[in-house]
Design a protein around this ligand. Structure first.
Ligand SMILES: Cc1cn([C@H]2C[C@H](O)[C@@H](COP(=O)(O)OP(=O)(O)O[C@H]3O[C@@H](C)C(=O)[C@@H](O)[C@H]3O)O2)c(=O)[nH]c1=O
Length: 186
């Protein structure tokens, strides 16, 4: 596994190393020892899997408020997505900056998303499947979100949005008073 820190401190693009032969390939997607090198010691307590039918669909930008802030790791196992994270850590030098990367079944890249980030993606093909690892249990009442079209973020989605959930269309725009997530409370 190769870990490359993104410009947003503590978030990583992880490239997997595949062993190929005539049968196909084999790759490791998690190793406690390797992840300890980037300071990861928490347990994954939930694994989730989503399927999105339509190319151009957007899901996001989601996070959980403290004390349920979580580390997330995402991998696309069918199709491809533009995956986007936004730094909403209070006091962070990269506060409200975002990073995006294509994750696909072909490139097998994973994104490691620390606490205090919002996450979302747009599908670049039909029939996209994503696998998520989470260090916190899903807490409906702690869900938070930014809008995918938030002007303070200026995320450039590559495709015209084709499908967005009612919930995601109803998130509020940020106000200038938004100071971010205080991770001391996590
Ligand atoms: C996220 C989640 C949802 N649910 C339920 C709530 C709801 O009835 C149904 C669908 O939920 P949502 O509409 O929030 O699904 P979705 O919009 O796909 O939410 C996901 O979006 C991406 C961007 C993420 O980063 C994920 O962590 C997650 O928030 O599944 C769970 O039971 N457990 C979970 O962990």
């Amino acid at each position: 596994m190769i870990f490359e820190e993104t410009p947003l401190k503590n978030s990583y693009v992880i490239s997997l190393q595949s062993f190929s032969d005539n049968r196909g390939w084999f790759t490791r997607t998690f190793c406690k020892k390797d992840f300890e090198k980037i300071g990861h010691s928490e347990e994954w307590v939930q694994l989730n899997h989503s399927f999105t039918v339509t190319k151009g669909a957007i899901r996001g930008m989601h996070f959980q408020y403290p004390p349920h802030s979580e580390i997330k790791m995402v991998r696309c196992i069918s199709g491809g997505v533009l995956d986007v994270i936004v730094d909403i850590r209070k006091g962070s030098p990269t506060f409200l900056q975002h990073f995006s990367i294509e994750l696909s079944a072909i490139n097998k890249k994973m994104l490691y998303i620390p606490k205090g980030f919002a996450h979302g993606f747009q599908t670049l093909s039909d029939n996209c499947e994503l696998i998520y690892h989470h260090t916190m249990y899903y807490e409906k009442n702690s869900e938070g979100a930014l809008r995918y079209d938030e002007p303070l973020l200026s995320i450039k989605w590559p495709l015209e949005p084709t499908d967005i959930s009612e919930r995601d269309l109803n998130h509020q725009y940020l106000t200038r008073s938004f100071e971010g997530i205080d991770l001391i409370l996590s």
